[in-house]
Design a binder for this molecule. Sequence first.
Ligand SMILES: NC(=O)c1ccc[n+]([C@@H]2O[C@H](COP(=O)([O-])OP(=O)(O)OC[C@H]3O[C@@H](n4cnc5c(N)ncnc54)[C@H](O)[C@@H]3O)[C@@H](O)[C@H]2O)c1
Ligand SMILES: [Zn+2]
Ligand SMILES: [Zn+2]
Length: 405
Amino acid sequence: MKALVYEGPRDVVVKNVPDAKIERPTDVLVKITSTNICGSDLHMYEGRTDMEKGRVLGHENLGQVVEVGEAVDRIKVGDWVCLPFNVSCGFCKNCERGLTGFCLTTNPGMAGAAYGFAGMGPYSGGQAEYLRVPYADFNCLKLPDDAQDKENDYVMLSDIFPTGWHATELAGVKPGESVVIYGCGPVGLMAAHSAMIKGASKVIIVDLHPDRLALAEQIGAIAIDYSKGSAVEQILELTDGEGADRGCECVGYQCHDPTGHEVPNATMNDLVKSVRATGGIGVVGVFIPEDPGSRDKLAKKGEIVFDFGLFWVKGQHIATGQANVKAYNHYLRDLIHADRAKPSWIVSHELALDEAPEAYKHFDARDNGWTKVILHPAGTQKNPKRQSTQKKAVRKEAVHAHSPA
Ligand SMILES: NC(=O)c1ccc[n+]([C@@H]2O[C@H](COP(=O)([O-])OP(=O)(O)OC[C@H]3O[C@@H](n4cnc5c(N)ncnc54)[C@H](O)[C@@H]3O)[C@@H](O)[C@H]2O)c1
Ligand SMILES: [Zn+2]
Ligand SMILES: [Zn+2]
């Protein structure tokens, strides 16, 4: 089968690899029809993780089941399914409590496994024609009869929509509260979408890419371009000097100043300043225990200089980590089904698998207009004319989904 293979820093190629297949009776095999490129892929793409060469990337996957293992009960051939990026067992101590991002059995020695991911187990990714899904009865999210019509929405349930939602859960967002989000990439935009759905009174989002900030404004968020002045000062001004009730970190360890120079503690310290005393901060942007590729001496050891004094005095709380996708994905699926959520409004490109290497280059450069790329390995939806009209309609609906009326 064809798949996107990581060959080294900024070097990915589409080539033939051995077919994915059922390896255990609890597996299913899925023909992938949509698979996204994620900001998390970029940490690997840039050589900023210990990703092994030769591995297939892709953890945001949706498709149709083509084969089921003998021990699979619930999932049938022909089902449309979206796969959480976490590979989890369903029976360990953490999975039992809904903490599937920290499964204790699928990646022994670590908590948490994922498809096509550095340090998260041997599972091959879905930027490929087929994907093997372990513990399929537990992991597959079955999609309703509009699976294909809303495929661009449902594929966001694999990661970024639940992850954005998780950021707001970790921060403790409640109806009527104000929320500040650092990072207006796909994850930050999903955090904004989630905060709106939860009834936040004010959603402020910080980045420096005008195209991304414009998408946030489409759903009613207040955009702050931190290359044009201090984000913290503007947030304090917008919140009567108090700071926002809640803050979300949706950037991660490669956060940078306006010139592009990485400053790994920038967003965390800015969040402490931007959130009110006793407010909550949810951190879904990835931070890693070792970053040998960093120029920062401390960051090489996974450490940052954190303003703990101010954090303590303000009595804030921080919660962190990978999203437990299964804790949210079926509720978010139902919001999409009911037209109350439209995560696809951020999709900028739908491409064939062969176009993935070029797409990685553009998305990595955060080139203007490259917000979110969906690859279609089965080639079913590659019809640019139809897509451009479809996308316009979707964006309009996304705004509607948020309007109080
Ligand atoms: N916790 C999880 O389960 C989970 C899941 C998916 C992604 N992630 C992580 O979330 C992060 C964001 O993912 P994405 O797909 O949106 O990535 P992305 O790289 O496309 O977006 C990050 C955005 O942050 C902006 N940014 C950089 N420095 C900034 C700063 N100092 N202040 C404000 N904005 C800044 C960039 O301009 C960019 O638009 C990544 O670290 C990714 O690995 C975590
Ligand atoms: Zn992802
Ligand atoms: Zn488990």
